[in-house]
Design a protein around this ligand. Structure first.
Ligand code: AR6
Length: 177
C-alpha cells in the first residue's frame, strides 16, 4: 500500500471485503437490501447480521436516497462498520451525476467523522453496474476526499480500494504515483 497526498490518502488494489479498518463503504442501491458487484461481495462476506441491520435502517427511514449515506454493523467482515452510500446511475452527465457522486464521498466521510471513525476505505462508487465513466469518477472521488480531509479533524486515513486494473491505473496516474 502506497501513502499518497499528505499521508492521509492511500491506494490499494484488491477486494474491499478483506480490508481491516474502521469503516468500509458499500456502493449500495437505495433499497439497502443488497445486489451485485461490491454490494453483493460485502453482503456475502458479512453474513446475515449486515442484512438484518440494513433492514432496521430501511424500516426506520425507508431506504437511502442517491448521494446520501447510512451506517450499519459489519457482521463477519474485518472492518468495524459498513457505510452504505448510493451512487448515481450515469445518464450522460447532465443529470446531476457529478454532484451526486461528490455527495456520496462527502456524506460517507461526514458519517464516519460523526461516529469517531478514523480509517475509511472506499470502492470506486458508480463505476460498475451504474456506468459512471471511470476517469471522471476518479477525479470527483479524489477531489471530494481531499476537500473533506482538509477541514476534518477525526478521519485520519482514506483508502481507495480499486478492484479492476483500469481503475487502479487511473488512480495511480491521477494521484501522480
Ligand atoms: N472490492 C472492491 N471493489 C469492487 C469489488 C470488491 N470486492 N467488487 C467490485 N468492485 P459496482 P455501482 C468494484 O457495480 O456501479 C449493485 O448491484 C467494481 O470494479 O459494485 O455503484 C448495487 O446493489 C467497480 O469499479 O457498483 C447497486 O444496484 C466498483 O466496485 C449497483 O450495483 C463499483 O461497481 C451499484 O452500482
Amino acid at each position: 500500500m502506497k501513502k499518497l497526498l499528505a499521508d492521509k490518502i492511500s491506494l490499494l488494489k484488491g477486494d474491499i471485503t478483506k480490508v481491516k479498518c474502521d469503516a468500509i463503504v458499500n456502493a449500495a442501491n437505495s433499497s439497502l437490501l443488497g445486489g451485485g458487484g461490491v454490494d453483493g461481495a460485502i453482503h456475502r462476506q458479512a453474513g446475515p447480521e449486515l442484512l438484518e441491520d440494513c433492514r432496521r435502517v430501511r424500516n426506520a427511514q425507508g431506504g437511502c436516497p442517491t448521494g446520501k449515506a447510512v451506517i450499519t454493523v459489519a457482521g463477519k467482515l474485518p472492518a468495524k462498520y459498513v457505510i452504505h452510500t448510493v451512487g448515481p446511475v450515469w445518464r450522460g452527465g447532465a443529470s446531476g451525476e457529478e454532484s451526486l457522486l461528490r455527495d456520496c464521498y462527502l456524506n460517507s466521510l461526514s458519517l464516519a467523522s460523526e461516529n469517531g471513525l478514523e480509517t475509511v476505505a472506499f470502492p470506486n462508487i458508480s463505476t460498475g453496474i451504474y456506468g459512471y465513466p471511470k476517469d471522471k469518477a476518479c477525479a470527483v472521488a479524489v477531489s471530494a476526499v481531499n476537500e473533506f480531509l482538509a477541514s476534518d479533524t477525526i478521519v485520519k486515513e482514506v483508502v481507495f480500494v480499486c478492484f479492476d486494473d483500469e481503475n487502479f491505473r487511473l488512480y495511480q496516474d491521477f494521484i501522480g504515483n
